[in-house]
Design a binder for this molecule. Structure first.
Ligand code: COI
Length: 356
């Protein structure tokens, strides 16, 4: 692959107040772009000033949603080092997503280097306040200008970056979850395991209705029997029932293989608390609750990190979990994951990639 060319901005953007970052509202000075052309492959990798892109109105992604994305974070350590959390896992997952919707494969190693170069250029944008980080959003869009329904012959791979705080306004405090019974997110054989734009578009209606009822997120059930729990809007889910930690197994292909999910499973195993990955019915959760065996629930995700679930509502039934307080396992995971990410504790798993 060619060298990345760099064009620096002449008008630096104003940096936001680190105390009020929220999620995905501010963007750094630069972005990375490369193009794909059938017969030529990926070409013209470049870092340029952040700014609008212009497209023909017939551009494929605008009509048929052929788009994939990733989310990962960069951190500045107390010593002033800069590091990324599991970037190779993200680039690998992007190729799994790309394959599902006929987007050509990216060179994973090259794209991790592109992430590093871009972070280095905008390193002053990495926030340092507690609970903040620089969120990196690589994405691929189909750019061919034509309306036939077939895979595009041209694409753009782009990385933008956003200084962020907690994804939920609650921070690490427990969130309330509405179990969705009408809409489904995906089915076996669909695109549920891939990080494609369409999965998120199809989640919006349910999310909007849940928010109107005062919930933070929805919990999706399987699309066929509406019986098995799958994942929450922006997170995978874990439960601690009578001492056993369980999470839905990935084998149906309808659940996103979260990188924080995988990190959680590895950490818990390392601590001698293995996770049972299996099918879990929504009824089982309410039975456990009725027996006083539901000890903890939490979600995992790059944006959400570890997010305790304090309340779950399904039909007319409601359960309050762990008195709506942060559980011990969730707190320990949050401390370990954020500690490894920001360099304040050792990384025995080789998850960190140093930028500087
Ligand atoms: C992430 O956690 O990075 C996500 O992609 C979830 C959401 C913000 C889309």
């Amino acid at each position: 692959m060619e060298q990345i060319t760099i064009q620096k901005t002449e008008t630096a953007r104003e940096k936001p107040d680190q105390a009020n970052l929220a999620f995905g509202k501010h963007f750094t000075d630069h972005m990375f772009i490369m193009d794909y052309t059938e017969g030529r492959g990926w070409h013209d990798p470049r870092i340029i000033p952040y700014g609008p892109l212009s497209f023909d109105p017939s551009t494929a992604v605008l009509h048929y949603g052929q788009a994939t994305f990733e989310g990962l974070k960069a951190y500045k350590t107390r010593e002033g080092n800069i590091q990324l959390f599991r970037p190779y896992a993200n680039m690998h997952r992007m190729n799994i997503s790309n394959d599902r919707i006929c987007i050509p494969q990216i060179d994973e190693e090259f794209c991790v280097n592109a992430l590093k170069e871009l972070v280095l250029i905008d390193q002053d944008w990495i926030p340092e306040a507690e609970g903040t980080s620089l969120y990196l959003r690589p994405f691929v869009i189909a750019t061919e200008a034509q309306l036939g329904v077939h895979p595009s012959r041209t694409y753009k791979f782009i990385i933008i970056m956003s200084p962020v705080g907690a994804y939920y306004p609650q921070g690490i405090n427990p969130v309330s979850i509405y179990v969705e019974q009408n809409y489904v997110r995906t089915v076996k054989g669909g695109t549920g395991f891939a990080k494609t734009a369409g999965n998120y578009a199809s989640s919006l209606k349910s999310q909007e209705e849940a928010e109107k009822k005062g919930f933070t997120q929805v919990l999706w059930l399987d699309g066929v029997e509406k019986k098995y729990i799958e994942e929450v809007g922006t997170m995978n889910v874990f439960f601690k029932i009578k001492g056993e930690i369980v999470t839905p197994a990935l084998d149906g292909g309808s659940i996103l293989a979260g990188i924080t999910r995988d990190s959680t499973i590895q950490l818990l195993k390392h601590w001698g608390m293995p996770v049972n990955e299996r099918k879990i019915t929504i009824e089982e959760l309410f039975t456990a609750e009725a027996r006083g065996e539901m000890e903890e629930a939490f979600g995992t995700g790059t944006a959400a990190v570890i997010s305790p679930i304090g309340e779950l509502v399904y039909g007319g039934r409601k359960m309050i979990i762990n008195d709506n307080k942060i559980g011990a396992v969730a707190q320990r995971l949050y401390d370990a994951i954020t500690g490894i990410q920001n360099g304040s504790i050792a990384d025995p798993f080789d998850w960190i990639t140093r930028v500087k």
